[in-house]
Design a protein around this ligand. Sequence first.
Ligand SMILES: [Zn+2]
Length: 83
Amino acid sequence: MRSWFPKPLERWKSRNMKLACPACQHWASDDVFRRGRFMLGEENLTCDRPCGKTNSLTAWRIHGLAKDQMEKLHEEMNAMQAN
Ligand SMILES: [Zn+2]
């Protein structure tokens, strides 16, 4: 019985990952983030914005990462244009 190990580790690694709704592309609200941060990838999280769609935590995390990267890219582009 060693299977207890990977799940707490996954929870620990992913607890600070940003979450974005795969359906409406908005950041998770504080409530949804609090609910989602300790869930596992295969668990489902429901958006509390008007879209109200339910998706797996993995999908929320992938969209959070992508949105985060896009926003950083936009900041860099804006900084370049300002020079
Ligand atoms: Zn949504």
